[in-house]
Design a protein around this ligand. Structure first.
Ligand code: CO
Length: 142
């Protein structure tokens, strides 16, 4: 397993880039809107792992609700796994509370699934299977 990215909730990606890109010096490699999750994302590599800036697309977005409750900051940690279905099966067998019983397509066209923060002691965990391929390339059936 590897850390794939750290998801950071922001009220606006443009403002957040004032720090992550301009002050710190990271490069924006990829931006996209993931309608299904109600977020706009910007990916900034830090070595192999990436910082994923998240901005809600509307008031009903889970990230909008997170911002309301907790304010901007670390939203989730994403771990890359070789076989997401096997990882979910293992967690399920261990009694870990899952948000997604089945993987879905996330940013970059990867298969993703979220594990409830209650399972890990307070950290929302995202499992990711796939590479950093651009969106639009299906990873279904891999
Ligand atoms: Co993420």
């Amino acid at each position: 397993m590897k850390i794939d990215h750290i998801g950071i909730a922001t009220r606006g990606i443009e403002d957040a880039l004032g720090f992550w890109r301009d002050a710190l010096g990271l490069e924006v490699k990829h931006t996209e809107t993931v309608e299904e999750q109600g977020v706009r994302v910007a990916m900034l590599p830090v070595g192999e792992p990436r910082v994923e800036l998240l901005e809600p697309t509307g008031p009903d977005s889970p990230v909008a609700k997170f911002l309301e409750k907790r304010g901007p900051g670390i939203h989730h940690v994403a771990v890359r796994v070789a076989d997401i279905r096997a990882a979910l099966a293992r967690l399920r067998a261990e009694g870990a509370r899952l948000i997604d019983e089945e993987p879905r397509v996330g940013a970059g066209g990867c298969l993703v699934a979220f594990v409830h923060p209650a399972a890990s002691g307070g950290v929302l965990l995202e499992l990711v299977q796939g590479t950093n391929e651009p969106a639009g390339q299906s990873t279904e059936g891999r």
